[in-house]
Design a protein around this ligand. Structure first.
Ligand code: NAD
Ligand code: UDP
Length: 311
């Protein structure tokens, strides 16, 4: 049995990860400050003998004896990470320093939940891990993008300087049950709007693209990465290469929900990337043939079913 710390464990992705790690027979410590996460996401795990909950902010040091750390603590939706940008960058950078310091001290393996945002508004398409990105250092998305880039730097430096056993995954847009209805990201916004019969808010002309991954595929990729061969630290892209415009996504959700909602076009937020699609060759090669199994329509149907229950 391994003892595993999941920071940001009460969030959307973190709650699925805690559940899967418990089901595999591990002891799980879920650490969260509940900024965007919620006890509701993990309430079904609370009676489990090997599950523990800790209210803590990763910008402060934390000590515990563990074998592995998954570092997920950080708001991920633009609406939430832009609410307090200084706190967002502190969470990424100080959170990484505190968790890497812990990993170093107790000799734990540590995985960083990085992001496709490190590629910014990419000029190379699809994005391989070797691409350095095209990122504005002083825009409204910078607190998140640059915070995550700096965290990757810290992970590599702790590996090189202190021999910490690190793993970095670059996560592309992920969706699924337990996203907060107020989260502000596109999949949850469109589904909630469609189910309520409200206007679907498309930003810009809706021709920008994203690649959407169902959460179960992400969790499988993260766990395979944590267990990957020694000496492979990434970064590795984890995403679904299916690429859709926001208008295509909106129309698909209207069709699947049988909704009569109308598309309304609103201004495109600053620095909103025009295109995004992962090159997943490295993940396939290094993570035992990992590949996403759940395509958009199937994943959307599961997510719609969840939102029908909660809203
Ligand atoms: P989320 O907002 O649902 O979860 C983040 C969790 O971190 C929340 O529970 C929040 O309360 C917690 N948190 C925030 N600041 C904290 C702090 N200072 N101390 C302790 N806990 C804190 O978002 P998510 O979609 O579950 O994302 C999880 C991780 O995956 C994030 O690091 C995010 O950057 C990364 N990621 C997610 C996506 C995606 O599409 N979901 C894409 C790329 C990267
Ligand atoms: N978006 C949109 N309507 C919304 C929310 C988002 O058209 O109600 C667009 C947003 O401008 C972006 C894409 O959907 O082009 C994905 O946005 P999200 O916030 O989900 O993720 P990110 O921009 O971080 O990839």
């Amino acid at each position: 049995m391994k003892r595993i710390l999941v920071t940001g464990g009460a969030g959307f992705v973190g709650s699925h990860l805690c559940e899967r790690l418990l089901n595999e027979g591990n002891e799980v410590i879920c650490l969260d400050n509940y900024f965007t996460g919620s006890k509701r996401n993990i309430e079904h795990l609370m009676d489990h003998h090997f599950f523990e909950l800790v209210r803590h902010d990763v910008t402060n040091p934390y000590m515990i004896e563990v074998d592995e750390i998954y570092n997920l603590a950080c708001p991920a939706s633009p609406v939430h990470y832009q609410y307090n940008p200084i706190k967002t960058i502190k969470t990424s950078v100080m959170g990484a320093i505190n968790m890497l310091g812990l990993a170093k001290r107790v000799k734990a393996k540590i995985l960083q939940a990085s992001t496709s945002e490190v590629y910014g508004d990419p000029k190379v398409h699809p994005q391989p891990e070797s691409y350095w990105g095209h990122v504005n250092p002083i825009g409204s998305r910078s607190c998140y993008d640059e915070g995550k880039r700096c965290a990757e730097t810290l992970f590599m430096d702790y590996k090189n300087q202190n021999d910490v056993d690190i793993k970095i995954v670059r996560i592309f847009n992920t969706y699924g049950p337990r996203m907060n209805p107020q989260d502000g990201r596109v999949v949850s916004n469109f589904i909630v709007q469609a189910l309520r019969g409200e206007d679907i808010t498309v930003f810009g002309d809706g021709t920008q693209t994203r690649s959407f991954q169902y959460v179960d595929d992400l969790i499988e990729g993260m766990i395979r990465m944590m267990n990957s061969e020694q000496g492979f630290w990434g970064p590795v892209n984890i995403g679904n290469p299916g690429e859709f415009t926001m208008v295509e996504l909106a129309k698909k959700i209207l069709q699947l929900t049988n909704s009569k909602s109308k598309l309304v076009f609103q201004p495109l937020p600053q620095d909103d990337p025009m295109q995004r699609r992962p090159d997943i060759s490295l993940a396939k090669e290094k993570l035992g043939g990992w590949t996403p199994k759940i395509q958009l329509e199937e994943g959307l149907l599961k997510t719609i079913e969840y939102f029908e229950k909660v809203i």
